[in-house]
Structures are given as structure tokens and as C-alpha cells.
Ligand binder design. Structure first.
Ligand code: SF4
Ligand code: SF4
Length: 175
């Protein structure tokens, strides 16, 4: 039964002398290779050279601090609930007297982990957060040989002290 008109009849025709010599085919192949020598290369020397990402690129997460350096996250769990990949797990803790400079509210994330092997960088955790605590930055989540290194804890996620409050960058504060 014929479904389309795209079928081709294969003919085992005799090869011409030029085809038997293979030379024209080799020369045409070399011509294509030489042409590519003079074209702009699509590849770059990563990691020495890096490409600019789109402004909507979503990379590694950051758990933000407020202007006074306190952690914004209150361990409400909305990011974990909204995560379609079930990549986030949180253990809540209660702020003790004397810890007011570390955590903004009475509850904080004692442990906050993202499984970067599960994460699909959809940004839903960022949208769900009512405390401006989690953002996806322009940073790449680096490759690794060990699966356990892809569980990012607070040591990798919390914004370093003294860095910008702008959600998309880690650049130091501009005066
Ligand atoms: S970016 Fe998406 S998949 Fe990744 S942790 Fe956030 S909600 Fe989950
Ligand atoms: S990051 Fe935001 S949404 Fe997630 S637990 Fe912390 S405060 Fe709640």
C-alpha cells in the first residue's frame, strides 16, 4: 500500500569511471572542509571563554539575605510544595534569643536542600516564595562526578554576606 508519494525507487546503476576513482567525491569533501576553515567558528574555548546568557536564563538558586544580612527564609515550605520535581526538602527551626541578627523571623530553615539532579530550573519555587527568599541566579550549576555533590545545602545556597541584594547577581554592593 502506498501512503505517500515520497518513496524513491532505488536503482543499482553501474558506477561511472569518476565514481569508481572516488577522486571527485574526495575533492568535494575536502572543499567543504576547507570552506569551514574560513567560517566563523560556532564553538568557543569553554571554560576560558564564556557565552552571554539570555537575560531570562535561570541557573543556580540563591537563598537571599535582607539588607541587614539576615536570612529571609522562614521555612514555610511553599517552594517545596510548588516544586514539580520534588527537589526541595526543608527542616524548620525556631529562632533562639540572640539569633535575631541571623534570621529575619521566628522560624527559619535549619536545613534547606535542593537536589540539583531533579531540578528542572522552572523557577516555580521563586514565584511561590512569599518572603523574597529564593531566586534563581545567572550562575551555572557546575558539573560533577559524584551524585552526592548535587545535593545543595545551605552552605552552597545562602547568599554570601556582603554581596548584592539584587536577585540575579552575586556582585558586591555598588555604592
Ligand atoms: S527551579 Fe523548579 S524544579 Fe528547581 S527547585 Fe525550583 S521549583 Fe523545583
Ligand atoms: S524559600 Fe520562601 S517559600 Fe521556600 S521555605 Fe523559604 S520562605 Fe518559604
Amino acid at each position: 500500500m502506498k501512503l505517500t508519494n515520497r518513496s524513491k525507487v532505488v536503482v543499482n546503476k553501474e558506477m561511472t569511471l569518476a565514481e569508481k576513482l572516488y577522486l571527485p567525491a574526495i575533492l568535494s569533501g575536502m572543499g567543504i572542509t576547507i570552506k569551514h576553515f574560513f567560517k566563523k567558528k560556532p564553538t568557543i574555548q569553554y571554560p576560558e571563554q564564556k557565552r552571554d546568557f539570555s537575560f531570562i536564563y535561570r541557573g543556580k538558586h540563591v537563598l537571599k539575605r535582607d539588607e541587614e544580612g539576615r536570612e529571609n527564609c522562614t521555612a514555610c515550605g511553599l517552594c517545596a510544595v510548588s516544586c514539580p520535581a520534588e527537589a526541595i526538602s526543608i527542616v524548620a527551626g525556631e529562632r533562639k534569643p540572640g539569633e535575631e541578627k541571623l534570621y529575619r523571623e521566628e522560624k527559619y530553615a535549619k536545613s534547606y536542600e535542593i537536589n540539583m539532579l531533579r531540578c528542572i530550573f522552572c523557577g516555580l519555587c521563586e514565584e511561590a516564595c512569599p518572603k523574597d527568599a529564593i531566586y534563581l541566579t545567572e550562575e551555572l550549576a557546575p558539573a560533577n562526578y559524584d551524585r552526592s555533590n548535587f545535593i545543595y545545602g545551605k552552605d552552597k545556597l545562602v547568599q554570601p554576606l556582603g554581596t548584592s541584594a539584587h536577585p540575579k547577581t552575586y556582585k558586591p554592593y555598588k555604592k
